[in-house]
Design a protein around this ligand. Structure first.
Ligand code: K7E
Ligand code: CUA
Length: 651
């Protein structure tokens, strides 16, 4: 296939293979072993061995599945509004979706990654990228909630993100689309040489997990597609695949497929960190949102940051190198030892594996093959560890089992291929149904993978499920990889379009899980800690209700003196201090509601009554045998009325 000079021909050939995928189902039952059902069966009351955090793609969220069962536990709202959790609707969480473009209540999320300590998953946080309006979110795994979102300036199509270094020193975000930096009005055809690609290193506070942009590396105007950290011996480095090293700005399917090789960019972030700590870099005026959810106030704040530190790679000699890699590589994966860097050239017949040791030797010997915008290009042969020859068609992503094996997905030939690190021989292959993108081994992006299962995330399912209209569910497939041969165990549908996922042993996470919020520590501006504080206050046409809820009543449950035209804030505190007893509240005509307020938590929704009358509100979560009794009324009078504000319970 290397012979194909015209990428259109390549794609045509690929399309032929692709259209045949509907026939593969005939063979699929052969892939199942007779005891597959037993291997995924988690008996009622028992727990799954792993949590899988599966990206929602165009849903903008992060879903939580159990493995091996494939049971869906939760969809964690991240970048998109979610009525179920009032995320992005209530006063407390609206600031989380603020950006320099205003309120942006959706995104496209691709790559979750779990925080690490000493290269092992520690189960504190999951990070995930928003592609479209570049953002990185942090989910706190004690509560399974998004607690921080930072916007990435000078970036577009935030795709080579969000991967963490081995002590979570940084979560890294790379731009897929290069853009003018700073943004300005200029002709598109002057792209070449003028657009820039920002690689952003966001520091993570070791104590409280707070994120902060430490620096942005302003790279040449290529497309930075995927990335992974070095680990072990290569800790301190970060690797990014690039395509469109041609710097085309139109018809990329042809024009960005010209070069025989693109690059993997190797970035010595420790060196740049040192440079920055010694005062290096330039402060650039900027404008980006930094949104933080505070667990004590149960409220988010959004701050606009005005400056970012940018670093020109040629100002830090020895920090950035290019490793030639065929051909428009997508995945960029580093093995658990940190020695091998796998670049999956989408249009290449072979998989390219680079050696970290050889890379250092080549750098040491200054054996360059020219440069790109002043960044040294190493010689392909000097850094090559080996190639996996003709393993399949359309390689995308690779993961590792920690036993010396690698697993690569092939989109076009629709399969997972297992091969050996060091000998580069293919040892097994299993079909996917169909057109697999990423795959995930729990801990696969760490020094210690849990090499028991691989989860393949497929783009197309066609005939695998009952039709649900023109759009058929996306799906994941679980394989047992504990033996020599992979065994297909399970198909299960997924939320949105999963790209990547991150998995971790449940034991690491579940012990840390928070059961309630301590009511005594509730510092919500409108929260209350006892029923003595229940009240209703008027401030012009604004009315603030300090309301409590406990099984099985609201306090107050009758309110009078509200007028048409008022803006009524229900600040509702759940006084329960028992595990798993949320309540909710909603009222007729309200744009939103609080369907799930956790024990000890305060949340707010706003109601603007439009008509006089007596309007009921009620609890939305079936909380007790007397849940249906958990209700109340608000009397709304005409705007001109002079009925005094009053509230009561049990009178
Ligand atoms: Cu879907 Cu990682 Cu965004 Cu490949 S990417 S499939
Ligand atoms: Cu409270 Cu139902």
């Amino acid at each position: 296939m290397r012979k194909f000079k015209n990428p259109m021909l390549v794609l045509f050939g690929l399309a032929l293979v692709f259209t045949s995928c509907g026939d593969q189902k005939k063979g699929n039952s052969g892939a199942l072993t007779s005891n597959a059902a037993e291997k995924v069966y988690v008996a009622p009351g028992e727990h799954d061995e792993f949590y899988a955090f599966v990206s929602g793609g165009f849903s903008g969220q992060l879903s939580v599945y159990g493995l091996p069962s494939g049971r869906l536990f939760k969809v964690i709202p991240v970048f998109s509004q979610d009525a179920e959790k009032a995320w992005g609707y209530n006063e407390e969480t609206k600031p989380m979706l603020n950006t320099s473009f205003g309120f942006v209540p959706w995104d496209d999320s691709h790559h979750p990654d779990i925080s690490q300590t000493n290269g092992e998953l520690d189960g504190r946080y999951v990070f995930i990228n928003g592609n479209n309006t570049p953002r990185i979110a942090k989910i706190d795994l004690t509560v399974f909630e998004t607690t921080e979102i930072i916007e990435i300036p000078n970036s577009a199509g935030n795709h080579s993100s969000s991967f963490v270094t081995e002590n979570t020193e940084y979560v890294v975000a790379g731009t897929r689309f290069s853009v003018p930096v700073p943004q300005r009005d200029m002709p598109i055809n002057e792209y070449k040489g003028n657009f820039k690609g920002a690689l952003t290193f966001i520091s993570v506070d070791p104590e409280d997990g707070g994120m902060d942009i430490k620096f942005q590396l302003m790279m040449p105007g290529f497309d930075y597609d995927l990335s992974h950290p070095g680990r072990g011996k290569s800790h301190g480095w970060f690797f990014f695949t690039t395509y469109n090293s041609e710097e085309a700005s139109t018809l990329l399917e042809v024009n960005a497929s010209q070069n025989d090789k693109d690059f993997i960019a190797a970035v010595n972030w420790k060196k740049i960190e040192e440079y920055v700590n010694n005062g290096g870099g330039t402060k650039m005026p900027s404008n980006y949102a930094h949104n933080v959810y505070n667990e004590e106030t149960h409220t988010a704040t959004s701050t606009m940051e005005k400056e970012v530190l940018v670093v020109n790679p040629t100002d830090v000699p020895g920090a950035v190198f290019f490793l030639p890699t065929p051909k428009s590589p997508h995945g960029c994966d580093v093995d658990p030892s940190g020695e091998y860097i796998v670049g999956n050239g989408k249009l290449s017949a072979d998989l390219t594996v680079h050696s970290f040791t050889k890379m250092l030797e080549a750098i040491e010997g200054k054996k360059y093959d020219g440069d790109a915008y002043g960044i040294p290009i190493l010689k392909f042969e000097d850094v090559l560890a080996g190639t996996v020859s003709q393993p399949g068609l359309g390689p995308l992503h690779t993961e590792f089992d920690g036993q010396g094996n690698a697993y690569t997905t092939f989109f076009i030939s629709s399969e997972v291929v297992k091969w050996k690190l060091g000998t580069w021989e293919v040892v097994d292959r299993q079909p996917c149904f169909y057109s697999v993108g990423h795959l995930m081994i729990p801990g696969g992006n760490s020094r210690k993978p849990f090499g028991k299962y691989v989860l393949a995330m497929n783009k197309i399912t066609k005939d695998r499920y009952l039709p649900t209209g023109p759009e058929v569910t996306q799906s994941a497939q679980l394989y047992d990889i504990s033996g020599e041969k992979m065994e297909l165990l399970l198909d299960f549908p997924t939320v949105g379009e999963p790209h990547y996922a991150a998995g971790i042993a449940a034991d690491i996470v579940k012990e840390r899980s928070k059961k309630i919020f301590d009511l005594k520590e509730n510092k919500h501006e409108y929260g209350i800690t006892s029923d003595a504080d229940v009240r209703v206050e008027r401030n012009g046409m604004e009315v603030h209700i300090y309301m409590s809820m406990i099984r099985s009543h609201f306090n107050p449950d009758n309110i009078e003196g509200i007028k048409v035209g008022d803006k009524v804030y229900f600040h509702v505190t759940n006084m329960e201090q028992d595990y798993d007893v949320p309540h909710g509240v909603s009222i007729i005509g309200a744009n939103t509601s609080e369907l799930l307020i956790m024990p000890g938590q305060t949340e707010t929704f706003v109601w603007e009554p439009k008509q006089p009358g007596v309007w009921p509100f009620y609890c939305t979560d079936f909380c007790s045998a007397l849940h249906q009794e958990m209700q109340g009324y608000v009397r709304v009078s005409p705007a001109s009325s002079n009925i005094d504000l009053s509230w009561s319970l049990g009178e």
